[in-house]
Design a protein around this ligand. Structure first.
Ligand code: AHM
Ligand code: MG
Length: 344
C-alpha cells in the first residue's frame, strides 16, 4: 500500500463522539464517577438512533399516520410515537441504574421491577415531540430529562413521587432534532454541547461545542393562529416585537415542533412563546419532559425560561403530565418580555 493510500485510510483523530465527550466531562467534573451515568446516556442515544432510522424511512415503511389510540393528553398517537416510546423503554430497561421512567405516551410512571433501592436515576421523556408533523416531512424530536432517584422513597410508593421534582434538580437534559440532519444537544450543568449523527458510522460526533445563545436574536416564534385567544399582554408584547419597539422588527418563524423551534432559537437567539390560550388555559407544553429540559439547556447557554411570571425550573410539579405556558429565549428578549408582563 503506498503512502497516499495509507493517508486516506487514517482515522480522523479530532473526532469526538458523544460517548467520549460524556466520559471526558465526567472525568473533569466528577472524578470519582463510576461511569454509570454515561452508560445511562448511551441508552438514550441508542434509542434515538433507532427512532431516527424509522423517521428517515417515513413514507417507505408503514410507519406514518395515526396508530388508532388516544394518549393520556387526549391526542391521537402516531405509529412513530409508539415506536419511539418503546425504543426508549427497551434501551433504558437494560440500564440497571434506571429505577423509574415517565413518558408523554404513558399515563403512569413506570418503576422497573426490583429497582426501587438499587436504581439511581429517573428518566422523563417525550419520545417523539411534534409527531403530527411527521407525515409532512417536517422536523420532529425527542426531549429527555434525568433526575436522581430519591433515596427515601419506600419500595411500594407510587413511582410518580420519584418523578415530581422541580427542574433545578435535573442532573442532565437534552433533546434530539430529527431535521435536515439528526442533532443531539445535551447539558449536565457544564455548558451545552451539540453532536451531529454521522450516518456513515452511526455515531453522534461533536459539531457544536459550548453553545451560547446570542444575547439578542433575530426571530420571534409563536403560533399566532391563536392570537384572538392570547392574553392581551402577549398580543401587546408580540406587536411591539413586530413593529421594532425593541430596536428592529422581529420577523416570525414557527415550525410547530418545540425541539425544532427551540433549536433555532438556541442557535440564532430570539424568543419562543407558547402562551395560555382558550383551548389550553394552562399552556400546551408539558412541564416535566418538554419545558424543563429545554429550560435547563437554555439557561446553560445563557438564556432564560419562564412560565410568564416564574422561572420554569423552580416550579414544583404536582402531576406528571402537567402543562405550562412556556416562554424561552435570549437575555435581551426575555428582559423585554418580563418588563411587558410587569407593566400589565
Ligand atoms: P406533541 O408532544 O403532542 O407532539 O405536542 C407538542 C407540540 C410541540 O412540539 C409544539 O411546540 C406544539 O405542540 C405545537 O402546538 P400548536 O400546533 O398548538 O402550535
Ligand atoms: Mg411533545
Amino acid at each position: 500500500m503506498n503512502q497516499q493510500r495509507m493517508e486516506t485510510l487514517d482515522a480522523d483523530p479530532s473526532i469526538i463522539t458523544v460517548q467520549q465527550h460524556i466520559l471526558a466531562e465526567q472525568r473533569k467534573h466528577s472524578p470519582g464517577a463510576s461511569g454509570a451515568f454515561s452508560w445511562l446516556l448511551s441508552g438514550i442515544t441508542l434509542a434515538t438512533k433507532m427512532t431516527q432510522a424509522q423517521v428517515r424511512r417515513a413514507g417507505l415503511l408503514d410507519v406514518t399516520g395515526a396508530a388508532g389510540q388516544i394518549n393520556v393528553q387526549g391526542e391521537a398517537q402516531q405509529k412513530l410515537d409508539i415506536f419511539a416510546d418503546q425504543a426508549l423503554i427497551h434501551c433504558l430497561g437494560f440500564r440497571q441504574n434506571v429505577a423509574v421512567i415517565a413518558s408523554e405516551e404513558n399515563e403512569q410512571a413506570i418503576m422497573f421491577d426490583g429497582r426501587s433501592g438499587q436504581g439511581k436515576y429517573v428518566v422523563v421523556f417525550d419520545p417523539l415531540d411534534g409527531s403530527s408533523n411527521i407525515d409532512v416531512n417536517v422536523s420532529v424530536g425527542t426531549t429527555f430529562s434525568i433526575l436522581a432517584m430519591p433515596e427515601d422513597l419506600p419500595a411500594d410508593a407510587d413511582p410518580a413521587a420519584a418523578v415530581l421534582q422541580p427542574g433545578i434538580k435535573q442532573l442532565a437534559a437534552g433533546y434530539v432534532v430529527y431535521g435536515s440532519s439528526t442533532i443531539l444537544v445535551y447539558t449536565t450543568g457544564h455548558g451545552v454541547h451539540g453532536f451531529t449523527l454521522d450516518p456513515s458510522v452511526g455515531a453522534y460526533v461533536l459539531s457544536h461545542e459550548n453553545i451560547r445563545m446570542p444575547e439578542a436574536g433575530k426571530y420571534y416564534s409563536s403560533n399566532d393562529g391563536y392570537w384572538d385567544s392570547y392574553p392581551q399582554v402577549y398580543c401587546d408584547f408580540i406587536s411591539d416585537l413586530r413593529r421594532g419597539a425593541y430596536g428592529r422588527p422581529y420577523p416570525q418563524r414557527y415550525i410547530g415542533s418545540l425541539v425544532a423551534d427551540f433549536h433555532r432559537t438556541l442557535l440564532t437567539g430570539g424568543i419562543f412563546l407558547y402562551p395560555p390560550t382558550e383551548s389550553n388555559p394552562q399552556g400546551k407544553l408539558r412541564l416535566l419532559y418538554e419545558a424543563n429540559p429545554v429550560a435547563f439547556i437554555a439557561e446553560q447557554a445563557g438564556g432564560v425560561a419562564s412560565d410568564g411570571t416564574r422561572r420554569i425550573m423552580e416550579i414544583e410539579p404536582e402531576q406528571i403530565h402537567q402543562r405550562t405556558p412556556f416562554i424561552v429565549g435570549g437575555k435581551t428578549e426575555m428582559a423585554a418580555f418580563d418588563q411587558a408582563m410587569a407593566k400589565q
